[in-house]
Design a protein around this ligand. Structure first.
Ligand SMILES: Cc1ncc(COP(=O)(O)O)c(C=O)c1O
Length: 459
């Protein structure tokens, strides 16, 4: 791949302060070797997340100025409702302040008895946490190829439908509160889910009368993967694909900070306004605010209404997925192992393979992320054993199935030249890989430790 067609031009820029390697060594030591503790202004290329870090279009910014800030029944709410209903075909659409707010109001309603299970192709951290907080038990059920970073397959985010059936038989259908399909499957590398897999999952859910929920943060990237990889969809538009995909589920939660290209926002949708809606609505009013603003300003609702439509634009999606694939192709030149093929929003470098001298509890994914910051001021994060909290019953450390360093690419923010810097910096690290040190934790909180722990390098 030689170039990425970038379907926009830049009319406003944000300068980045450049730092030296010596400064970065000092800054990361002062931050307790925790990348979250760095000041963003000390980072050159920030790949910590693609969430809320997108560049909005001039149309979105213009819509913000026309945002209606009424407490109830504002115009921006109705614009959002019209666009979302049209795209997804769902009757009830609820704005919320971000994805986890939708999870917080949905799972207490879905989980009727403590101890019920919710099964997913892989839960994102906050979704997993909200299932637990609502008294449920999350179970991951991704297809086996999703856990083999070197195995090339078009839809590595798929549900293992055979195992899903087996779980339902084993656990008892009365003990299953829901099934969650995460698109794309963030935790296994932004890997997509095929339409065929969604249909097969929906068939199992319907046969057992279990609600099927889409965790839809990256619905547009998933639609474009289906268009480009799945037989029978090449001539369908991403809008048509999205409508069909959502028709197989009952409910969706969405962090709009990803594919809806906004800096803040989320949605909850219910296909047929039935039994769950009054309960969910009460929880929204008590925690998010009145239903026609759901924790957002009118201007945020207006930007989201536009972003939902723009995020599905096929030139944008070709560029978006092309950018991540381009970075993957550049990493191939340097022989850097990553979850293959490149995902939709991020490259997940297989740090366990790149730094084989480090044990899992020396946190290879974290060690590589720190090294990349020191090398070139690039900030990624660990998706491996450092991210895993301790076993709450035994207090023991838990080993992740894979030791990844995630480089998440914000939308429309970095150019091809930035991507080249990332690849070349990793190439430099590979030359001295055996000198990269592991880490140990010197202080950690009880949960979600990777955000606030302090660490030190191990000699
Ligand atoms: C798949 C998925 N679901 C849910 C969320 C939570 O969304 P938010 O950060 O808007 O609360 C995220 C955020 O990264 C995500 O990637």
């Amino acid at each position: 791949m030689r170039y990425i067609p970038e379907p926009f031009k830049i009319k406003m820029v944000e300068p980045i302060r450049m730092t030296t390697e010596e400064e970065r060594r000092k800054l990361i030591a002062e931050a307790g070797y925790n990348l979250f503790s760095l000041k963003a202004e000390d980072v050159y290329i920030d790949l910590l997340t693609d969430s809320g870090t997108n560049a909005m279009s001039d149309t979105q910014w213009a819509a913000m100025l026309t945002g209606d800030e009424s407490y109830s029944g504002g115009r921006s709410y109705y614009q959002l409702l019209d666009n979302a209903r049209e795209l997804f075909g769902y009757e009830w659409i609820q704005p919320v302040h971000q994805g986890r707010a939708a999870e917080k109001v949905l799972f207490p309603v879905l989980i009727e008895k403590p101890g019920q299970f919710v099964i997913s192709n892989t839960f994102f951290d906050t979704t997993r946490a909200h299932v637990g907080l609502a008294g449920g038990r999350p179970v991951d059920c991704v297809c086996p190829e999703g856990l083999d970073s070197m195995h090339e397959a078009p839809f590595k985010g798929n549900m293992d439908v055979g195992r899903l059936e087996a779980y339902i038989d084993e656990l008892g259908v009365e003990n299953i509160a829901g099934i969650v399909m995460t698109i794309t499957n963030n935790s296994v590398g932004g890997q997509p889910v095929s339409m065929a897999n969604m249909k097969a999952t929906a068939e199992v859910a319907a046969r057992h009368n279990i609600p099927l929920v889409i965790d839809a943060a990256r619905f547009a990237e998933n639609a474009f993967f289906i268009k480009s990889r799945e037989e029978g969809y090449a001539d369908k538009s991403t809008r048509e694909i999205t409508k069909e995909f959502f028709s197989y589920a009952d409910i969706f939660t969405m962090s709009a900070k990803k594919d809806a290209v906004t800096n803040m926002g989320g949605l909850l949708g219910v296909r047929e306004e039935g039994e769950h809606v009054p309960d969910v609505r009460s929880l929204v009013i008590s925690s998010e605010g009145y239903i026609t603003y759901g924790g957002l300003s009118g201007r945020d609702l207006a930007a989201l209404a536009v972003g939902l439509v723009e995020g599905l634009d096929e030139d944008h999606l070709e560029y978006r997925l092309g950018q991540v694939a381009y970075l993957g192709a550049r990493l191939d030149e340097f022989g850097i192992p990553y979850q293959r093929p490149a995902g939709g929003h991020a490259i997940f470098i297989d740090a366990g393979k790149l730094l084989p001298h480090l044990p899992w509890n020396g946190y290879p994914g974290h060690a590589l992320a720190v090294e990349l910051y020191i090398e070139a001021g690039i900030r990624g994060c660990d998706i491996g054993s450092y991210l895993m909290d301790r076993n709450p019953e035994t207090g023991e450390e838990q080993q992740a199935p894979l030791e990844f360093t995630r480089l998440a690419i914000p939308r429309r923010v970095y150019t091809q030249a930035h991507l080249d810097v990332i690849a070349e910096a990793l190439g430099e690290i590979k030359k001295r890989a055996e000198q990269v040190k592991g880490y140990e934790i010197t202080w950690e909180p009880k949960v979600l430790r990777h955000f606030t722990s302090k660490l030190r390098p191990v000699d």
